[in-house]
Design a protein around this ligand. Structure first.
Ligand SMILES: *Cc1c(COP(=O)(O)O)cnc(C)c1O
Length: 453
């Protein structure tokens, strides 16, 4: 087999279907529930929020769903994305392991998020929607949706978590460049935002609060819908293009992974990479260990409970069965803004409960230390979120060095960090700290989670 560092697919080799893991799971995932009646949510319950095509995908049990031609056209601006073998990092670590990373930073917004922003905007445009509202934490989702809306002539209104609105002015500029309208959250625009600002004018905000604001604006207007950048089944579905491409690329060099690691905030880049490999594993064609990596300051899988909770702080969304730290949980302002979400995708939570995937939590200093090694060897400056995946891959590669095993490690480098250099600055100046999360804080936030019989 030819040894290659950069494994590319031709445009005509790009997969034309998304993969729905629900079709292959040994048990179906528990349904979402109506927030008031606690009965399984119906299509009607989702209708004020999402277009019908996406509601259908949310509850679909079809194994494969065709990617619309218009969406493939936009995907081709940057897809297929490259798969790299991290030879220089391997050499630096002096490991017998082979490390592969699927690089999603080549998209216009610099992360994997446009993989779902583009189809979401397209389906909304098809159903005559005028405007999409959304939240954004670090700004990656907001910029991806603003880009996608610009492709199909939709307006885009974005609530950005106040802490990152202040810390990341360039992400806002990016959203505005693509035509998005951006508010800091909590904002004066919504009733919920005004209430929180009255209590604390310097409220740092959270993803859960920003979701409440964006949702409340969408349900008030027939021509407006809401879009979510992670967590939901249809989002993970769209992201499976990552894993489907990676499977084809690894096949080109004759490799199958022994270990797959991915960072998990809401679970979409992880699910997108891992689910096609999990399909192969369930079919007995390969047997990789599949591991979620989350921040120690927001340890949803490793410390949260698996139970029904709201997706947002105000309790407007359907109840989802997921690993949660409580919908009122406000994580410490760690640098990986995209990993600061109180819940985990119901599908990722479900496969974790089934024992099909593992999870670990890493402190941010180890992650940035790994990112520096990665940048100095591989060249790419990672976004703060995938530094968790990189640090986990490095742990695995160093364990191989100890044991002498030549494992194949696969991860997703789901975004670049060019707009996150303030985080690197803090690390390089020695100002970054690991933030300990006490069990008392978790307990307190869990008190508000509804009891479902
Ligand atoms: C949003 C984001 C994340 C976290 O979201 P997931 O749904 O867990 O993937 C991770 N990395 C990057 C680069 C992001 O933009």
């Amino acid at each position: 087999m030819i040894e290659r560092t950069k494994i590319l697919l031709e445009e005509n080799e790009m997969p034309t279907q998304w993969y729905n893991i629900v079709a292959d799971l040994p048990e179906p995932p528990p349904p979402a529930l109506h927030p008031g009646t606690h009965q399984p949510a119906t299509a009607e319950d989702f209708k004020p929020l999402f277009p019908m095509a996406l509601v259908e995908q949310e509850v679909s049990t079809e194994r494969y769903i065709d990617i619309p031609g218009d969406v493939l056209d936009v995907y081709r601006l940057w897809r297929p994305s490259p798969l790299f073998r991290a030879r220089r990092l391997e050499k630096h670590l002096d490991t017998p392991a082979k490390i592969f990373y699927k690089y999603e930073g080549v998209s216009p917004a610099g992360s994997h998020k446009p993989n779902t922003a583009v189809p979401q905007a397209w389906y909304n445009a098809q159903e005559g929607v005028r405007k999409l509202t959304t939240e954004t934490g670090a700004g990656q989702w907001g910029s991806s949706l603003a880009f996608a809306c610009a492709q199909f002539g939709l307006e885009c209104e974005i609530w950005q978590v106040a802490a990152s609105y202040l810390a990341k002015p360039h992400r806002r500029t990016m959203m505005e460049t693509w035509g998005g309208r951006v508010h800091p959250s909590p904002s004066e625009v919504t009733e919920f935002g005004r209430k929180l600002l009255a209590e604390n004018p310097d409220h740092p905000g959270s993803l859960g609060i920003a979701i409440s604001e964006a949702v409340s604006e969408a349900i008030e207007d027939e021509t407006v819908r809401y879009a979510l950048g992670s967590v939901l089944n249809h989002v993970l579905l769209h992201q499976t293009i990552i894993g489907e491409e990676a499977l084809l690329q690894l096949a080109k060099v004759g490799e199958t992974p022994d270990v797959l690691v991915g960072c998990t905030g809401g679970g979409s880049n992880f699910g997108g990479l891992a689910f096609p490999f999990l399909r192969e594993k369930l079919a007995g064609k390969m047997n990789p260990v599949i591991r979620c990596v989350e921040p120690a300051a927001c340890p949803t899988l490793t410390k949260g409970e698996y139970r029904y909770d709201f997706g947002d702080t105000a309790g407007l969304t359907p109840l989802m069965k997921m690993h949660t730290l409580g919908h009122g949980f406000v994580p410490e302002p760690i640098h990986a803004g995209g990993l600061r979400y109180h819940g985990m995708a119901p599908l990722v939570s479900h496969v974790y409960e089934l024992g099909l995937v593992e999870a670990i939590a890493l402190p941010q200093l180890e992650c940035f230390e790994g990112a520096i090694k990665f940048a100095r060897s591989e060249g790419i400056v990672p976004a703060p979120e995938p530094t968790h995946a990189i640090a986990a891959a490095i742990r695995e590669a160093l364990a191989c060095k100890e044991s002498g095993e030549d494992k194949i490690i696969l991860t997703a480098l789901c975004g670049h960090g060019h707009l996150d250099l303030a985080s690197y600055d803090r690390y390089l100046r020695g100002e970054m700290r690991d933030l300990e999360l006490s069990d008392d804080v978790i307990k307190a936030a869990m008190l508000d989670v509804p009891e479902i019989a």
